[in-house]
Each structure stands twice: as structure tokens, then as C-alpha cells.
Ligand binder design. Sequence first.
Ligand code: FE2
Length: 440
Amino acid sequence: MNHRHLLFSSLSLVLLSLGAFAACGGDSSDGAAPPSAQAGAAGAAGAAAGAAGAAGAAGEGGGSTCTPGVLKGPWSLRTSGTEATVRWQTCVPGAKAVSFSPEGGGDPRSADAKETPYTTTYRYPSVLSDAPADEPGDYIIYEATLTGLTPSTCYAYSVAGEAAKKGRFCTARKPGEKLTFLAIGDTNPALGTTDATLSFTLSKNPDFVVHGGDIQYYSGLETWAYWFPKMQPMLAAGAFLPAVGNHESEKPDEYEQYFWRFFGDAGFDGKTGYFTFESAGVHFFSVNTQEPFGAASEQGKWLTAKLEAASMAPGFRGSIVYQHRPFFTCGDSDHHPTEQAELEPAFKSFNVKLVLQAHMHGYERFEKDGIVYITTGGGGGAIGNIDDAIDRPECALRKAYGAFPHATVFDVDATSLVGTAIDSKGATRDTFTIALPSPK
Ligand SMILES: [Fe+2]
């Protein structure tokens, strides 16, 4: 296991005073304080939360007071040709509907939202003075399912009564049509490069963002209360469809009470963090590498069956698998060649064209038997040592690589899928073309 120490000059004294923070790491516990320590740290806050709960108001970003209105979001996910889901979070009951209309013009419509209350237990502060703590207390997730939408159409939406709380999503493109989407991983906006990377890639107008996991880092100085406003440009740009990373479980209740409440069930047909969706005849499969994912695992069987079904679907052009932990990497993280070897026959049989990976904070492109494997884990976490494990067998297959912050823009057209890795200064660092057949 490799623990990277953050060495940014402006933060180093703080970090040194706190001990080493893992930027990514290999275990689900990386960067997390022991539960007993967290329970102790949360003790006073828990008492305050109890008082807040009794008063019917939970805190966010400042203790036991609750600010009415949208506190996190909105964001969209679960997009198909005719439906989309919009979520947001409040701490007291608020607007229960979404207003939406096609970007190109059309009558506005609205969709009612269901309200799901939930409670968080612990207080998670940050050492950054401008990073509000994640406060314990009572919250509400609102979720609206928008139906009867037109395929291949982008919509603007806002939370009813809060015009500034808005975003955009696009319904699935028809097979053979053009599609642009963004892949990013290991986003850590507190460290300084995520904002710029997003500014140079969101400007390409992607329909949606596939995230390779490690979305927010408590161990990278952040909280969810800090992360959401920083990342709202990404959340507003299109549907957000993340894979599960190890840093989604840094704290004892983080996965259920934060990650899953926000981004669970982001796609279709899956469970426990893995799912599928489709646009433009390209089928996407988000694999949860925090659970077993070899061919014989429940998830591996699901993936194999769904890949086969996709390959027979009308309009099929190819499949893309994306996940946090890499099958292949020469950098300073774990790799999973055993699972790759187990799944490769299905990948070949059912026309997987591309595998997107993260977890290792850098960029890599491998090619094996006609399948391209990209590590696109440079979304903002401290850049790692991309050659730390250069003796691994897969390194003979590595065609391009670099130690730079970045995200990767993908453009699908009538003949191909083109990937472009763009760094945090707007420079193109790699580009590659994968041939795609006409729709079946
Ligand atoms: Fe990771």
C-alpha cells in the first residue's frame, strides 16, 4: 500500500502538525480516524445535535442553526431517453418540485419531488478555515423523477421557487448520434487544481460526467459541505454518474449517510453501487471495486450478463466499463490483473471498447487485445508516482502516461470514440481514437 503525503507548500505546515494524510491509498479506511476517536471528537457535537434535533432544526455549516432552502445541489442522475432524476438536500422542509424545459425552447413543466428525511450522527470538521463542517442532525433529500421527456434533448431545470438552484441534463442520444461526455476521477477541490480542470473540460459541453470515484476527501482537507458549492459547476453541467471509490467510506457512516443519499442508484439495473446506462448506442457499466468484481462474484456475473444483453440491444455500438481501482496501472496504487484476466473474455465477446479507471493520481493509457484502458485519476488529488510499479507486466502495454492534473473528454460520432486528456492549464496531453461500428 502506498500512502501519498500532501506536500503542497501552503498546506504542509498544517499537514505536518496533523500527521500524514493519505491522498488516495489502497484501503477503505485510508485517512479515517479510528471510530473510537471519531466518536470522541463527535461527542460535544453530538450533544449539540441532539438539542438541534429536539428543536426540529439541524445545522449545516455553522452549528445548530438551519438555513431554509437548498443547501446541497441540485444535481441530476438516472438519465434515459425519456426520464431523468433530480436531487437536492435541505435541512427543513422546502420546495417539493422541479421546473424544467428544453434548452432549445419549449413550454416549462414541473415534476413533484418525494422527500426522504435522514439523520447524521457525527461532526466532521476540516482544518481549513473556509471549509464548513459536516454537522450532525436532521436533513431531507428531495428527489424528483422527470418523465415524458424527449430523447436527444438537453433540459434546463431549477428547484421550484429557487431559480438560482439550477442545472442541466441531457436525455440519452439516439444510436449513431453525436455524444460528448466527461470522465474525471479523484476530485479534491481543496488542493487547487479541480476547479481549473473542470473549467477547461466542462466548456466542451458534456451531456454527463462519469466519475471514477474518490469524489470527496476528508483526508484531503474537505467536507461535503465544502465540496458541494465548489463542485456545483460540474453537478449543474449534466447528469453525475459516479463509480464508488475507497474514499467514499473514510468515515464510519459516510457511505450510507452521505455518498449513498446523494448519489446512490445513479444508473439502472444494478445494486450496491454498480449500475448501467446507455446513450448514443454506447452502453456504460459502473463497477464498484469496493466489492468483489471478479468473474465469479455476484457483481462479475451481473456485469457479464449485462454486457451480453447490451451487445444484443438495438442500436448497440460498444460498451464502456468504468471503475475506481485499476485493472492495470504502473503507478503507486493497487492493480487487479486477476479480475482483468477473468473478465477479459466477456469484454472481448461483448465488444467492450474502453475501460476507465482512477485511484492512481495520474494519467495512463494501455491497449490490450483491442481494448483501451485509461487511468484518469488526476481530478485534483495530489499527483502520485506514475512509475512506482513500473515492473508490472502491464507496463509493457502502456502507450501514454503523465503525472498531471486532468480530466478526459470523450466525443462519440458516426465512426469513432475520441478521447482527449486535458490538463488543469487547458493543454491537451493525449488524444486517441477508438473505431465504433454503425448502430446494430
Ligand atoms: Fe482511491
